[in-house]
Ligand binder design. Sequence first.
Ligand SMILES: [Zn+2]
Length: 315
Amino acid sequence: MMLDHALIQVPCPICGADSPRRLAEEGPLGIVECGGCHLVYVNPRRREPQAHYHGEREIVIRKYGPILRGERAHNRDPNYQQELGVLRRLKPSGQLLDVGTHCGFFLRMARGMGWTLTGVEPSPVGAQLAREFYGLNVVNASVEGAGFPDRSFDVVTLVDVFEHVDQPLELLAEVRRVLRDDGLLFVKVPNGRYSLFKYQLIRQLLRVREVEIFDAKEHVVHYTAETLAATLGASGFRLKLAFVPLPIQDGPWWKCALRSVAYRLARARHALGGGFGPLATDIAMVAEKTRVESTLRGAGPPTRTAAWSTTDDGR
Ligand SMILES: [Zn+2]
């Protein structure tokens, strides 16, 4: 299968402005801040940032076989447990839709918890493996292409997915349509502030120019708590709850130890009302629908967000 790695120039995917300011780079890809709404996004970016997810079955099996066969836990299992724990307290039953299910690793942890589970996954291989190994109900489509009825889900989850989405407002409009009026949307993304902090720190400490921190080939938007909340607000959602999720742990022990320390500090800062500083590796938000249908498409977020690259952050 040929992957399309052509690069394209794109305007801000939220407000449509074309006034980017360069913050960082990964090879030919730029990480830029929008002059209009302060969203950080990748420009230029790959034309098909998700193309590799449509890979061959053998490659996916080679990578994830032991997890699919239940011989080994997924390193994200503690993350999934924490996230599901929060959702269970808020909405313990009903219809749950997981958008971007991949091989079903998140959804498999939600089995037996009280929800009726549906996944939607554009990759035919991912959708098939989730059905085959975990018996999950996964529709092979994009959520926009799946044609779910209006107001058919109580919970919609976007776990480590939304940062991959190059048209976030279109996705959220569809999520809003399929969500019941008292339904909940759960979004978890990497924290853009953490990525920029790590990028600057590593370049300073190691005196290197080239570091890959942003996963910019695939992660096309780098949200902060402010830009994520503004994006949700512009799409007819109101923030109900936000928390610092556990870091995704992989790599050597010392990296895991550093992330654990950063997590404790980030939780403490958040608990004291300090928001999501550069030590929070990720951002988790639960949102509910606002009553009025949003008409903000193209008009930008309802409020201007704080400048992203200011150095107000916890040191
Ligand atoms: Zn913008």
